[in-house]
Design a protein around this ligand. Structure first.
Ligand code: 5GP
Ligand code: ZN
Length: 111
């Protein structure tokens, strides 16, 4: 089982900031901003590049969940959502996850 599958299954405990039957949100272990939350599908999807017609609606739900959590976290001044994909994208955990970053101004372009 991959790291984030273990977190989803509660084999590795985390602070569960939000969850429903499809997705789970928890703080990043190495935060890059005052707010840095990871939102994952509970089902194992390797990366955004592995999206299919079946999993596409789940990705919409993942994004909508990010917006809901950002509102709950009080990120009224804005925030950054990031999905790193593959080696060039900087993906280090091969279970699709969305980063929600806020609480400081984000630069552009990203590194
Ligand atoms: P990626 O580089 O794949 O887009 O992001 C992986 C993220 O997972 C990193 O920001 C890293 O800090 C985070 N991470 C890695 N291992 C753990 C862990 O065991 N617990 C939590 N909460 N975050 C983790
Ligand atoms: Zn997994």
């Amino acid at each position: 089982m991959c790291l984030f599958c273990k977190i989803a299954a509660n084999t590795i405990p985390v602070t569960r900031l939000y969850e429903d039957d499809q997705v789970l949100a928890f703080p990043d272990i190495n935060p890059q901003a005052a707010t840095h939350i990871l939102i994952i599908p509970k089902q194992h999807l390797q990366s955004l590049a592995h999206t299919t017609a079946e999993t596409a609606p789940l990705l919409g739900h993942l994004l909508a969940t990010a917006a809901k959590i950002a509102q709950q976290q009080g990120l009224a001044n804005g925030y950054r959502t990031v999905i790193n994909t593959g080696p060039d994208g900087g993906q280090t955990v091969d279970h699709l996850h969305l980063h929600l970053l806020g609480g400081r101004h984000m630069g552009w372009p990203p590194g």
